[in-house]
Design a protein around this ligand. Structure first.
Ligand SMILES: Cc1cc2nc3c(=O)[nH]c(=O)nc-3n(C[C@H](O)[C@H](O)[C@H](O)COP(=O)(O)O)c2cc1C
Length: 237
């Protein structure tokens, strides 16, 4: 009897220690993932199982949004033929023509019709640039701009980042691209919406590519350099 009580006490102690260690371990893993994740620029053809697709979509749905408007709709696309249709009529996106990392045919000094900022552009990685059709899964993110949220696209950005990190924690590489929105919101917008079950009032805001990183190619090591705490942050106190 005494032995049983002793065993129970030890088990309870071990369980308490384990449970109290979980939040710390989780926090460390999340920060590690954020600091190391990097954009994946080459994917294998390996299919993403439906269970993982659902988990990634759920992570997107778990994002916070202003006034809880949830102004988004996600389309998990695995049909390569449809992907080709989208990427085929997209515009190249990247650094201005001539700069490192620029897409072939990018207009010199302009990006998506926008003038580059005065001063130096942050450096962009050179090398392969994956787009829709290069990954086994593409998650199209649509925004409801008429939502009451003061900034629905910002809300969608949070959802995309949740899905990006969920994908990374499941062992996938991921990449955000906005260039395919040109095709998705172009002349075939309503046709695409009907095909995908999306309210035609919504607009595509980004696409998240997901799949296993192709380790035989230089899939991630070309990450662009980030500016540091000194130039992009203040700590006041
Ligand atoms: C909202 C958004 C849109 C982006 N659109 C494109 C795109 O259309 N094409 C592309 O090649 N990369 C695109 N990117 C990827 C960025 O170029 C990339 O995240 C950035 O250069 C940092 O590169 P790194 O993650 O490799 O370090 C996009 C990223 C974000 C966040």
């Amino acid at each position: 009897m005494k032995n049983g009580v002793y065993r129970f006490a030890v088990l309870a102690l071990v369980l308490t220690l384990l449970i109290s260690a979980v939040p710390a371990a989780f926090a460390e893993t999340t920060v590690d993932t954020i600091m190391t994740v990097g954009t994946t620029q080459a994917f294998t053809d390996e299919k993403v199982p439906e269970e993982d697709i659902r988990t990634i979509l759920q992570a997107g749905l778990a994002a916070e949004s202003a006034i809880n408007q949830q102004p988004w709709f996600f389309v998990a696309l695995t049909d390569q033929e449809v992907m080709k249709e989208i990427s085929g009529s997209g515009m190249p996106f990247g650094a201005p023509g001539g700069a490192p990392g620029s897409a072939p045919g990018a207009a010199p000094g302009k990006m998506d019709g926008k003038e580059p900022p005065k001063g130096d552009m942050p450096p962009m990685a050179t090398g392969a640039k994956a787009s829709v059709g290069d990954s086994p899964l593409a998650i199209l993110v649509y925004v409801n701009e008429k939502s009451m949220s003061p900034n629905p696209s910002f809300d969608c950005g949070l959802a995309v980042q949740n899905m990006y990190l969920a994908a990374a924690s499941l062992g996938y590489g991921a990449k955000v691209v906005s260039s395919p929105t040109n095709a998705l919101n172009g002349e075939k917008h309503d046709e695409f919406c009907e095909k995908f079950g999306v309210d035609p009032e919504m607009k595509a805001v980004a696409v998240l590519l997901v799949g296993k990183a192709d380790l035989s190619a230089d899939a991630t090591s070309s990450a662009s350099v980030r500016e540091g705490l000194e130039s992009k942050t203040s700590i006041i106190g």
